[in-house]
Design a protein around this ligand. Structure first.
Ligand code: 9YT
Length: 128
């Protein structure tokens, strides 16, 4: 059994930031679960175009308000606490955070290793 606390990850290599977001990696590929799980903070007013071509991602909003745009078809959906979106088709998308930012739990399949950075297309590469 694996037991971790968010506070124990803060400031370690599992606490990763890039422009507009900070992600605390609770579970990574190394844990062997077949998925990774992140507690992610999106900065106030962030606009994040992304395209996870190599991963499926589900994002469960637990704090804040924002919007998710499916750039495949132009659909926009309001985000509020206890809303989930799942990128089941590797959808091209843009995440927008409101004035208070967003806090979400993100699950990736396959799991990220923790070493990925978004490439120019907004994807994470597959890392062995
Ligand atoms: C919601 C989202 O995709 N944010 C970008 C960071 C990513 N979720 C991560 O690595 O935790």
């Amino acid at each position: 059994m694996i037991v971790k606390r968010l506070q124990d990850l803060e400031g370690t290599e599992r606490d990763v930031s890039a422009e507009g977001w900070r992600s605390r990696r609770l579970l990574l590929k190394d844990e062997g679960m077949g998925f990774s799980m992140h507690d992610t903070l999106i900065s106030p007013h962030a606009v994040l175009p992304m395209h996870y071509q190599n991963h499926l991602e589900a994002v469960y909003i637990i704090e804040g308000h924002g919007e998710i745009e499916n750039r495949e078809n132009g659909e926009k959906h309001a985000l509020e606490p206890f809303t989930i979106y799942a990128l089941d088709k590797h959808d091209l998308h843009t995440l927008r955070a409101g004035a208070e930012g967003l806090r979400c739990v993100c699950v990736f399949n396959p799991p990220v290793t923790g070493r990925e950075v978004h490439d120019a297309s907004g994807a994470y590469p597959l890392v062995d």
